[in-house]
Design a protein around this ligand. Structure first.
Ligand code: NDP
Ligand code: RET
Length: 336
């Protein structure tokens, strides 16, 4: 009897340690809100408990929404840590605090937006965007990549954007920061393959998060006096006017993007690029359809300046269709 008990205990222990060994350490940046928070919570709540999540944020005073969303997983499958992607020392301190510095999956998510005519933006503002969105990733990898290479295992997942593939009116510097991320990763992916590391770029279209609110509010408050009248008018009456409608009709939720991201993390052969928004894909496909690069520029120009009424009506139509299909889902009857 005792022997059986001993045997069961050690089997259980063995099982537990096998599970612990299989549990992957995941470090996620920018978890105070939006996509980072949603990924952290989804992974921490994984039914098979496959992940130990180190959810980081630059300002720990903002941890309450994450703590609430994590619920009883807090302190078990999820720990909150301070990390500012613009501060090398804070990255080092955070990585050193993780057992054996072992990070199996890095989710580089922290980022910020910037919209408006470049005449009205300071170089300092632009540098902050590049420093966060691009150099933030570089700083993380300088600290984490050598360990992954030594272990010959690891998955680097980067929340890029459709704007890492295609520029959009009045998003010049933000798109540049995401293009930088994509060029950097495309180069690094070749070396990563040699070390058996995986690299995946997640490319969401518009996502309804704090990002949308902050960017819109900053755009509304922008001092447009440095721009000529035509540019200022274009920004206010075309871009800002359509902005909310684009998020309402094409926008995804942070949870939706998190679901896509976790699928990529769990995939046996994760792809290098993954777009999360099928409604947006026809737009980015234009880029790949014309090696000269004129096609997407022409089409965007026409959408904005010539067929704006049709474009706006199509967005309204998409919004209505999505609203109707959500409504029938709510009633338990998915639309056909
Ligand atoms: N929303 C969208 O439409 C899209 C967003 N993306 C990308 O998704 C990512 C997440 O954005 P999203 O969730 O939408 O927006 P949120 O504004 O909700 O989240 C951004 C997160 O990044 C954090 N952050 C900003 N600067 C730093 C820094 N220096 N160090 C650490 N954390 C920092 C923010 O922290 P704090 O609260 O302290 O500011 C916040 O936690 C970004 O990379 C964004 O570019 C991509 C496509 C579309
Ligand atoms: C589709 C489209 C527009 C706007 C797209 C927007 C606003 C996309 C936002 C994407 C985000 C926020 C990505 C974040 O990384 C325009 C230029 C109005 C007109 C042409 C077609």
């Amino acid at each position: 009897m005792l022997w059986l008990h001993f045997c069961c205990c050690s089997c259980e222990e063995l099982n537990r340690s096998v599970k612990r060994m299989a549990r992957r350490n995941v470090l996620i940046t920018g978890c105070s809100s939006g996509i980072g928070l949603a990924i952290a919570v989804k992974m921490a709540k994984d039914e098979q408990k496959r992940f130990k999540v180190f959810a980081t944020m630059r300002n720990l005073a903002k941890k309450k929404p994450l703590e609430e969303a994590a619920g009883h997983r807090l302190g078990k499958t999820l720990e909150i840590k301070q990390l500012d992607v613009c501060d090398e020392q804070s990255i080092k301190t955070c990585v050193n605090s993780i057992p054996d510095r072992r990070i199996d999956v890095l989710v580089s998510n922290a980022g910020m937006g910037l919209i408006g005519p470049i005449e009205c933006q300071s170089i300092e503002e632009m540098k902050t965007v590049m420093d966060t969105n691009f150099f933030g990733l570089v700083r993380l990898l300088k600290e984490i990549l050598p360990d992954m290479k030594r272990r010959k295992s690891g998955h680097i997942v980067i929340i890029s954007s459709v704007m890492g593939v295609q520029g959009i009116l009045f998003n010049d510097v933000y798109a540049a920061s995401k293009f930088a991320v994509e060029g950097f990763c495309e180069s690094l992916a070749i070396q990563a393959l040699k070390f058996k590391l995986q690299l995946s770029l997640i490319e969401p279209g518009p996502v309804v998060t704090e990002f949308e609110r902050k960017v819109f509010e900053d755009g509304m408050k922008m001092d447009l006096s440095a721009a000529d009248e035509e540019t200022a008018e274009m920004f206010t009456n075309i871009y800002l006017k359509n902005y909310k409608q684009i998020f309402q009709s094409l926008g995804q939720s942070a949870e939706d993007v998190a679901e896509h991201t976790v699928k990529i993390i769990l995939a046996e052969n994760p792809p290098f690029r993954h777009q999360t928004n099928t409604l947006y894909t026809p737009m980015t496909t234009l880029k790949y359809a014309d090696p000269n690069g004129d096609l997407p520029i022409d089409i965007f120009y026409k959408m904005v300046f010539q067929h704006d009424k049709i474009f706006s009506a199509s967005l309204n139509f998409i919004k209505l269709l999505r609203w109707r299909s959500r409504k029938s889902f709510d009633l338990g009857k998915p639309s056909q």
